[in-house]
Write a protein that binds this ligand. Sequence first.
Ligand code: V47
Ligand code: SF4
Length: 364
Amino acid sequence: MDRRHIESLGLGPVLDKVLAAERLSLDEGQALYDCPDPHVPAALAMHVRTRLHGDTARYVINRHVNPTNVCVNRCRFCAYRRDPGQEGAYVLTADDALAKLAAAGPLDEIHIVGGCHPELGLPYYEDLAARVRAAYPKASIKALTAVEIDHLATMAGLDASEVLTRLKAAGVDMLPGGGAEIFASGPRNALCPEKIGGERWLEVMGLAHKAGLRSNATMLFGHLESTRDRLEHMDALRRQQDASGGFVCFIPLPYLPGNNPLGAEASGPSAMDVLRTMAVARLMLDNFAHIKAYWVMLGLKLSQLCLSWGADDLDGTVVEERIGHDAGSDSAQALTTAELEEAIRQSGFTPIRRDGLFREQSDV
Ligand code: V47
Ligand code: SF4
């Protein structure tokens, strides 16, 4: 890193804080977004990423199951949801879900997420989780976003804590990070007015952590939000992490403009915006161990670059994915373990196979 260059751009104090592993303020995050030379946030993020993870990058052998695309919400960015009875609407039985999993071979992580169905209640998800657990005693089960938890609690007239405890008893280890979108109320109300607000999303995650579940956190960006909104989103996440400590990784999700009501009102982030956001996230989220490059939505090539801009994880083998592909993602549906490892090696890193909780896996 060239200190004189960084100082000439007014970021000397940020460099000092990064070297001392001190928390950056929102204004310092803004200065990183506004810095005319994108290599400065990149170099600082690479420093932190190397301090935390050396030259390693993780990946996971996983499969996504989306139990239903029927959803009572109408998020404007969503190309996946359907009304009940609408053409293309579906609900998987537990047998369907298990058959999809079985076709994927051995798995270290099972990712279960879908729409907020008006009738599919907690017993369906308890049964699904219990049957997946019985079939995969060692895999991490990552199931249901904070939005789905809140929906199940409302339907059943239960506290979210009870829903979380029952799902944990059925075998769930952790919650995926979806539904966070952008917490700022202006763009959130314009994008997804029916969805729980940012405060409730954070509250449910806090309850999950208290119940002994871990979780991830996402941010959807490149739509109606400002860079300040993104920084405030990251700040809210790190304050929640200070309070409840259960977040495993952060996943910046680039808005994809295909086949949805919002469409081309927003174009999605440029490649440079994606890279800079990875770097800023790595620098702002000082209490998050991991930053994930989700290749399904980013594309594999850009994801490879993300590994040098703060990300330390390339999720995953995946196999079949609906949410991003319905919105126009042209990435593959699946990568083999060998392809993922090769992509990581090509980027200059050493691959480590992990489970949902980022524990290293070594058995075959
Ligand atoms: O919350 C919906 C996003 C999310 C679009 O926790 C869109 O490990 C881009 O959260 N363009 C669900 N994104 C996916 C998700 C996720 C994915 C992979 C790993 C993990 C994890 C979590 O998908 C939604 C929403 O933010 N999404 N529509 C779209 N048009
Ligand atoms: Fe429903 Fe999720 Fe789509 Fe929103 S993003 S409409 S909550 S499936």
